[in-house]
Design a protein around this ligand. Structure first.
Ligand SMILES: C[S@@+](CC[C@H](N)C(=O)[O-])C[C@H]1O[C@@H](n2cnc3c(N)ncnc32)[C@H](O)[C@@H]1O
Length: 463
């Protein structure tokens, strides 16, 4: 055995020499046949001076041992040497082992140089989720760069759930910058449906997260799911919910409320039925909260679809006992108070988004909309999707977050998805929640929706 090689047999005495003398290191790496020993040395390399000869490490990138190649990349990354950019990219895309490719992506990230951005963006399309996550991690260093923001937003819809969870965890807590970004959608709420009491859930929702709320609240005690001890208790409940909706709505954005007066039938022939003017009673509460009144739209249904109240009058024709068939519901439109004009809201978006969001021909030109009601065998009061489509396309932009606190059968989610918006829904009833889940996943085949219990949602926010 040649003397030089003998000196380099790894022993306690010469170990530090191999690590500190580049020539000995190169010789050892080339001649040692025991991979365990080569790995041991590579693991111990520690800090590398910028004058350290990189050539032996570069040679190891073609080594047949995965661990050796991995450690070679890891050590090369310590130099943060811009000239290694192409090498790292080549290894990220060509090494046969995922672990080595991931380390090479990390090397690209450690360059912390904006020239690495296009390479990292390409790597977010890699087949291996771990490589994608490493590329995202590296890109987060440049998260104020518009191209990077665009790419990171796309990865939030990545087909792999680990990648989605990763990006969610990484950017869930918005920084001041992202918070103030009007078009920003918090990934913690994006396409999430929670089974729980909206009043328990809303305090967990960060302020200014929602672009548009469209909802139809429970109809006091007119339906079996309503459980309020009095009408005033019902109004107090709605006031609490809509005060929270105000807090979580972005500046100058819209809240659209569908209600109508309801009738509680008479208890016996000796009593009158009672009619509650819900939209008129809620309106002053909304104004008090700060909502600005914008529009009153009337939803008109065909007469044959509504309860027949006129039948008695048709017979007796007695004044005072006139009761017309109620073919309308109110769609009240409010805007969160702001001194800014609507143009300000619109200018917060990329012109392409504004262009993509333009309302197609066939929109309503008056405030009376004739739409057939929708009957659902599982839920007694569902929105016709046509109504949701109109509201969402008139009052939000593509990519926005649309909220429905009283999710019911999930019509808002289906409409928002079809119009390329995101959604966030809450629904208290476990059966309605289960039916909604089934119809969204199976009938509508909407992917990337997260269904959560109240506890899971609260945990997700507190993470
Ligand atoms: C009028 S329905 C909404 C129907 C819905 N727009 C649709 O298209 O299916 C009202 C819904 O609010 C739900 N709800 C009532 N109180 C609630 C609460 N405190 N939190 C969350 N959801 C509630 C009811 O279970 C019911 O499904």
């Amino acid at each position: 055995m040649n003397q030089k090689w003998h000196d380099l047999m790894i022993t306690e005495e010469n170990f530090s020499e191999i690590l500190t003398d580049p020539e000995k290191f190169a010789f050892f790496m080339e001649n040692e046949s025991n991979n365990g020993k080569r790995i041991q040395v590579l693991e111990k390399l520690g800090y590398l001076d910028k004058n350290f000869d990189k050539r032996p490490l570069l040679k190891l990138l073609a080594d047949s041992n995965d661990q050796v190649r991995f450690l070679a990349v890891k050590n090369l990354a310590k130099f943060s040497d811009f000239s290694l950019l192409d090498t790292f990219y080549y290894i990220s895309t060509h090494d046969p082992t995922s672990m080595v490719r991931r380390e090479a992506v990390s090397g690209l990230g450690r360059l912390r140089h904006k020239s690495a951005i296009p390479y990292l963006i390409k790597l977010t399309d890699d087949k291996d989720p771990k490589v994608v996550m490493q590329a995202i991690r590296a890109l987060l260093v440049f998260k104020n760069n518009p191209t990077v923001i665009n790419c990171l937003e796309k990865t939030m819809d990545h087909p792999n759930e680990l990648v989605r969870d990763y990006i969610t965890a990484e950017i869930a807590r918005p920084t001041k910058d992202t918070l103030s970004k009007h078009s920003y959608v918090n990934p913690i709420l994006k396409n999430v449906i929670v089974n729980g009491d909206v009043l328990e859930l809303l305090p967990y929702v960060p302020e200014e997260s929602i672009h548009l709320t469209f909802t139809s609240p429970p109809y006091y005690n007119a339906r079996d799911y309503s459980i309020y001890s009095s009408y005033s208790e019902y109004l107090v409940f709605l006031r609490k919910v809509f005060t929270e909706v105000y807090r979580i709505t972005k500046e100058g954005r819209f809240f659209v409320l569908n209600t109508s007066p309801i009738i509680i039938p008479r208890a016996s022939r000796n009593h009158s039925s009672k009619r509650y003017p819900i939209p008129f009673d809620i309106h002053p509460l909304l104004i008090e909260m700060g909502w600005e009144f914008i529009d009153d739209i009337v939803w008109e249904k065909p007469e044959f679809t509504v309860k027949n109240r006129i039948a008695g009058f048709l017979q007796h024709r007695k004044p005072l006992a006139y009761k017309p068939n109620a073919v309308t519901e109110m769609i009240m439109v409010y805007r969160k108070k702001t001194t800014r004009l609507l143009d300000w809201n619109i200018h917060q978006y990329d012109p392409k988004i504004v262009n993509d969001s333009k309302v197609k021909d066939g929109f309503e030109t008056t405030n009376v909309w004739k739409i057939d009601p929708k009957y659902d065998k599982l839920h007694s009061a569902v929105f016709p999707i046509e109504l949701c489509n109109k509201i969402i396309s008139y009052y939000s932009m593509v990519g926005d977050l649309v909220f429905d606190p009283f999710g019911g059968s999930g019509t808002i989610a289906k409409s928002a998805h079809g119009l390329r918006r995101n959604f966030f829904l809450t629904e208290i009833d476990t059966n309605y929640f289960a039916n909604m889940k089934e119809s969204i996943l199976i009938d509508n085949k909407i992917q990337n929706v997260t269904f959560l219990s109240t506890d899971d949602f609260q945990r997700r926010i507190n993470k």
